[in-house]
Design a binder for this molecule. Structure first.
Ligand code: PLP
Length: 393
């Protein structure tokens, strides 16, 4: 059975060119980039190239890029650095819809005496920047807001938010794990101090990330060890993955415009056709301010996890907006923050596309989804009751 992979916000396929660029760095050029000899020096040179490739994708300078092990490490390093360099400040501002890499860290920091403000979102998942303005205090150490949401794709106005934070002398970090390579990012034109990237969301391998740190921003390292990354991140560099991430960034910079138009066209077609063919379905999240590859659709009166199981029978991979915790299905914190009604939140599916999806795959999903939902609804007491109520009205 062929797999139709529509779960690219979870992780992506490593691009062929990326894999090819990495292979020599396992077997041929395996030197330690910190070594004095030429054998290590040529690896250090390749890391310099990768740093330039990453910087070029996001409009930064190479010396503003540090390589980390993943998006989670970058997020943690950014927040912890802000707190370490301003130990007198005990307040962090973030949002209710952040990834656990920020949210769980903040929940942990709350147990250590920090005060956390989680900004609310509206029913479309959008932020009201007035709330940010009102929440900034002289005690605020850092604002961390994600650029693109992993569940709904909704884009936050992080450049405006960064300017607002700066006006009050507060550091600004953004988790750009989902938006890097999907929408243009040009850091020379804004006030963002730190930004997180994860390789495996843009066709590079898992286990490699980036933290951008604006020149002049004070930074306290999270991993203390050797002198790597100019003392900002200890640990021998993951050379093959760094090379791969550099290549992935180069490809994204070259192809973003063309490829994302096509990804958006397929994503829009999928969304449009599913909404048309499946009654009582709706999109979660603002469709105007959204990543080009993501649509989150709720099918009322069915369970997301049951939908995923039936999709899986056809080889279709996606994610649901509910997770089974201690025996009960909990709608995601993102959908809860948006106030999505219970019967809708439970039946939500996130479809996230990539450049490797084809029209034929999307047509296949459009054909398979309506009978899946119909079959589940025919077994749902809630659906049957709601239909009888409709008929008798
Ligand atoms: N931030 C966002 C928005 C994400 O979607 C993810 C991964 O899903 C992460 C952070 C964590 O990245 P990593 O898996 O590289 O730790």
């Amino acid at each position: 059975m062929k797999t139709v992979y529509l779960d690219n916000n979870a992780t992506t396929q490593v691009a062929k060119e990326v894999l090819e660029s990495m292979l020599p760095y396992f077997s041929e050029y395996y030197g330690n980039p910190s070594s004095m000899h030429t054998f290590g020096g040529q690896v250090a040179q390749k890391i310099r190239v990768a740093r330039e490739q990453v910087a070029a994708l996001i409009g930064a300078s190479p010396d503003e890029i540090i390589f980390t092990s993943c998006g989670t490490e970058s997020d943690n390093a950014a927040i912890r650095s802000a707190l370490a360099i301003r130990p007198d400040k005990k307040h962090i501002i973030t949002s209710r819809v952040e990834h656990p890499a920020i949210r769980a860290l903040c929940a942990h920091l709350a147990t250590q005496g920090y005060r956390i403000t989680e900004l609310p979102v509206d029913k479309n998942g959008l932020l009201d920047l007035e709330n940010l303005d009102k929440s900034l205090t002289p005690d605020t150490a850092i604002v961390s807001l994600m650029w693109g949401n992993n569940e709904t794709g909704v884009i936050f106005p992080v450049e405006e938010a960064a300017a607002m934070a700066h006006e009050k002398g507060v550091l600004f970090h953004t988790d750009a794990v989902q938006s890097t390579g999907k929408i243009p990012i040009y850091l020379k034109n804004n006030a963002i101090d730190m930004l997180s990237i994860s390789g495996h969301k843009l066709h590079a391998p898992k286990g490699i990330g980036v933290l951008y740190i604006r020149k002049g921003t004070k930074f306290s390292p999270f991993l203390i060890g050797g002198h790597q990354e100019r003392e900002r991140r200890g640990g021998t560099e993951n050379t093959p993955s760094i090379v791969g991430l550099g290549k992935a960034c180069e490809l994204a910079a070259k192809n973003m415009d063309k490829e994302n138009k096509e990804v958006k066209r397929l994503c829009d077609k999928l969304e449009r056709e599913l909404l048309k063919r499946i009654p009582q379905s709706r999109v979660n999240g603002d469709t105007a301010n959204r990543l080009p590859n993501t649509t989150n659709i709720s099918f009322e009166f069915v369970e997301g996890e049951a939908i995923l199981l039936l999709m899986n029978e056809h080889g279709i991979c996606a994610s649901s907006g509910s997770a089974c915790t201690s025996g009960s299905l909990q709608p995601s914190h993102v959908l809860r923050a948006m106030g999505v009604p219970f019967t809708m939140a439970h039946g939500s599916i996130r479809f996230s596309l990539s450049i490797y999806n084809t029209e034929a795959e999307i047509d296949f999903v459009i054909e398979k989804m309506p009978p899946i939902i119909e079959r589940l609804r025919s077994m749902s007491p809630y659906w049957n009751t709601s239909q009888q109520t409709c008929k008798s009205q």
